[in-house]
Design a protein around this ligand. Structure first.
Ligand code: BTN
Length: 322
């Protein structure tokens, strides 16, 4: 977004004179006028008030790296290596590229204003319109084996749900293994990608979060979806604050998972299970039955007749039978 600097100054919705804008950016008033025109060409509505200046009429929620850092728990600020980008193919791909440059012990985090090739689970695309939603990825390192990934996937779902509840959102549900649902529609998805084994027993993963924030027009989204703006329009959601809250919660939860395993997450996941007691069918295969929550490792339990079948994350998708 070329007009980012001027929008940053106008984002408060107040009237700003050409002179004060020029002084703030260290450029001429003619250059300010050009920037105003460019912002209008990019689709932002800006009112010109004769003799007074300019006022932004479109609501903008710019990503602000300083605000994200300020929102982090104090003891995490030095651990997080944050990159905020205007545009990227995929924040998950960016973490893979950056990982080599990041000091050991730090967690690379990337947030982008838009993604040109956002990816979802099962090879799907993740629609990533500019300025609308949160696209955030973290590079995580664990001592252990690949077997821990099933549990991790659910842990991230719990952490994301708890972050949203911490922000005051009620009714957050989890659809196994880790989709975040609100009122029967998908609000957020998590893509966990294995980056590889650094050395024997040290596993690197990239966790990517897509959270619908301001989106009201989901052109190209192929499933029932919601956004924070649609679910709670009375709130003024800021992506930078949400990002900080999500990072805090995810890092807290993954530390706990690395220390103590999946144990405490089972009940936290189960209490938000949207499949519990519902008649389910697997999208591939013959399996169907009643949803009975997860076992101690995060496998989903389906009861049919007298038996309970365990379904492993990554093997199968479940949906409610119509
Ligand atoms: C899903 O299909 O539910 C997972 C969606 C994950 C989307 C996020 S957006 C940030 C990160 N970068 C990507 O390319 N994908 C994830």
């Amino acid at each position: 977004m070329k007009s980012r600097a001027i929008l940053g100054l106008l984002a408060d919705g107040q009237v700003h004179s050409g002179e004060s804008l020029a002084a703030s950016l260290g450029i001429s008033r003619t250059a300010i006028w050009k920037q105003i025109r460019r912002a209008m060409d990019e689709g932002f509505r800006i009112e010109t008030i004769r003799g007074r200046g300019y006022r932004l009429l479109t609501e903008v929620d710019l990503l602000d790296a300083d605000r994200v850092i300020q929102g982090l728990d104090a003891h995490r600020r030095s651990v997080v290596d944050l990159t905020v980008l205007d545009e990227v193919d995929s924040t998950n791909a960016e973490i893979v590229r950056r990982r080599r440059e990041v000091a050991a012990g730090t967690v690379p985090v990337c947030i982008a204003d838009c993604q040109t090739a956002g990816r979802g689970r099962r090879g799907r695309q993740w629609q990533s319109p500019r300025g609308q939603n949160l696209y955030l990825s973290l590079g995580l390192t664990f001592q252990g084996s690949f077997a821990m990934l099933d549990g991790l996937s659910l842990v991230l779902g719990v952490a994301l749900a708890e972050a949203l509840e911490h922000q005051g959102l009620a009714g957050v549900g989890l659809k196994w293994p880790n989709d975040i649902f609100l009122g029967g529609s998908k609000l957020s998805g998590i893509l966990v990608e294995l980056q590889g084994e650094l050395e024997e027993g040290v596993v690197q993963v990239v966790a990517g979060i897509g959270l619908n924030v301001h989106m009201k027009d989901g052109a190209g989204v192929d499933q029932s979806w919601s956004s924070l703006a649609m679910a709670a329009p009375e709130r003024s959601w800021r992506r930078s604050d949400l990002a900080a809250s999500v990072i805090n919660s995810l890092l807290g939860a993954t530390d706990e998972f690395a220390e103590d395993g999946f144990g405490s997450f089972r009940a936290r996941w189960q209490s938000r299970d949207i499949f519990s007691g519902k008649s389910l069918v697997a999208t591939q295969g013959e399996l169907s039955g009643i949803g009975r929550g997860i076992d101690e490792s995060g496998n989903y339990l389906i009861e049919g007749g007298n038996e309970r079948v365990r379904v492993r994350a990554g093997e199968i998708s479940l949906r409610v039978q119509q």
